[in-house]
Design a protein around this ligand. Structure first.
Ligand code: HEC
Length: 208
């Protein structure tokens, strides 16, 4: 479910941006007749895309891994999107080039911010790993896995699987930690740490 919605969100965001880029280019190059024709043609599609954009976005915002230090970037992104939309509506209604361009800038800026946000999440994990004095399986699990899987393994954020129900053995869990699989990115730990975590998951979470 998470995966399907994530992919739909990407697709809808790209379509949304595409329509806005075309409209803004037409407005900026004074092709007002063409702009009116284009706007009329895509009107229904635009309404559907906007609803899907918001719907999938709201769902995904409920699936953010817990306790991220860079979560504010996500909220800045959200504010930029919500500012961009009314500015765009007014901009196109009044054929105001500055507002239209500003809105496009906000939307593309928020797109870039989403990228920075994903990267920072990875960096944060590394910092926590270095700070860990006691590198035992449980604390490694807490700092690397619990944000999506939860302390009990059942949280299931961001499309994560329920680890209490896993059928995998230590070596298969180890492999997923180090190499990632599907929506789960490879986790930034060394093989020794991965092994400790896998033992912990196998002995204390699986089947509990
Ligand atoms: C950013 C979120 C996230 C983090 C952090 C994360 N996982 Fe996952 N995990 C997932 C997702 C999503 C899946 C489903 C992968 C797929 O699509 O196949 C998953 C799947 C798994 C599975 C497979 C379960 C099964 O039965 O198929 C295991 C095992 C697992 N994770 C262990 C871990 C361990 C151990 C850690 C920490 C070292 C960890 N995960 C950290 C998101 C995460």
């Amino acid at each position: 479910m998470y995966k399907g919605i994530l992919h739909s969100h990407y697709l809808v965001v790209v379509l949304f941006l595409l329509i806005y880029v075309i409209k803004t280019i037409l407005l900026l190059s004074n092709k007002n007749d063409l702009l009116a024709k284009f706007s009329k043609k895509v009107k229904i599609a635009e309404i559907i895309i906007s609803v899907l954009f918001l719907g999938t976005g709201i769902y995904l915002s409920t699936q953010l891994p817990l306790g991220g230090k860079y979560d504010y970037l996500f909220w800045v992104k959200l504010i930029m999107v919500f500012l961009a939309i009314p500015i765009a509506v007014i901009g196109f209604k009044k054929s105001n080039k500055i507002l239209a361009a500003l809105s496009l800038l906000l939307i593309t800026g928020s797109f870039g911010l989403a990228e920075v946000y994903s990267k920072r999440k990875g960096e944060r994990k590394e910092v926590i790993n270095n700070e860990l004095a006691q590198n035992d399986g449980k604390s490694l699990y807490e700092s690397n896995c619990a944000s999506c899987h939860g302390s009990n393994g059942k949280l299931g954020l961001a499309g994560a699987k329920d680890l209490t129900a896993t059928l995998l053995d230590v070596s298969a869990i180890n492999k997923i930690i180090l190499e990632g699989r599907g929506l789960m990115i490879a986790i930034n730990v060394n093989p020794e740490e991965a092994n400790k975590i896998a033992e912990f998951v196998n002995g204390n979470i699986k089947g509990h």
